[in-house]
Design a protein around this ligand. Sequence first.
Ligand SMILES: NC(=O)c1ccc[n+]([C@@H]2O[C@H](COP(=O)([O-])OP(=O)(O)OC[C@H]3O[C@@H](n4cnc5c(N)ncnc54)[C@H](OP(=O)(O)O)[C@@H]3O)[C@@H](O)[C@H]2O)c1
Length: 275
Amino acid sequence: MGSAKPGESRVTDRWRGKWALVTGASAGIGSALARNLAGGGCNLVLTARRRERMDELASELIASYGIAAEIVTADLTLPNAPKEIFEFTTGRKIAIQLLANNAGYGAYGYFNEIDLQRQLEMVQVNCSAVIHLTHLFLPQMLERGSGDILIVASTAAFQAVPFISTYAATKGFDLLLGEALFEEFASRGVHVCVLCPGPTTSEFHAVSKSPSGPSKHFEAAEKVAQVGLEGLVRGKSSVVSGTLNNIQVQALRLAPRRTVTGAAARMFRPKEKTG
Ligand SMILES: NC(=O)c1ccc[n+]([C@@H]2O[C@H](COP(=O)([O-])OP(=O)(O)OC[C@H]3O[C@@H](n4cnc5c(N)ncnc54)[C@H](OP(=O)(O)O)[C@@H]3O)[C@@H](O)[C@H]2O)c1
């Protein structure tokens, strides 16, 4: 649960009294972002599909930190969901200062064996919804001359990753989109930062049916969330969470692409298909 205490000095003081919208707020990194922001006095609009989870989180954060919180249930596989989320905020005259595009999921296995609909919906949630929400909320930020947009990608964004092929490609998309938007809008007061976590303890691995479940080498979602918010405050266009993950990402740049992808294939290949 949240470690922040009311009044504690923290990076999220930047958003004290403002509103943040966190997608994927019902679990993992999204819940951690919400807790961190609430600890800094930031009001929250939480969105995901699982309402009960968000009700519990909102009650906890309102009681602990005295913030305001609103919940909008939305399924981001549905193309109209970003517009409904946007209209929820404008209908309540909530000005979103920080948009955290965090919702996402992966799917593990041979490309041809992963349900097609699941992969197409993954592109909708991980990519199209990020474009759509960002496109909707950016104009009000530009008008104010201030705003922050966090996009959660992954260390999988830096290379092709066989057996999570579509997922890694969606995260590569998020990274390139966010880094480009950083350059387009930084001079107009809107800051975009892409957070690239490595393996992190959350529901992600169960949802993606990955054989490598959470282990002691995984980072805590709370730490990853803190790195992303610090990235925004420090004016970074992208941040990789964790020292080892940073070293790995840097090392990838030095090796031939085929070598890197081949190594990833050996690491991720389903056991029953070898030999
Ligand atoms: N965990 C890792 O190892 C890791 C590493 C790198 C990057 N990431 C990225 O971090 C982000 C957060 O993942 P996590 O690790 O926190 O995973 P998680 O615990 O599974 O949480 C994922 C969140 O996304 C929401 N979500 C999924 N599908 C959705 C949909 N169709 N509509 C609306 N919301 C949806 C889920 O809410 P509902 O199910 O309630 O809708 C949940 O709140 C993702 O973008 C992921 O790609 C994770």
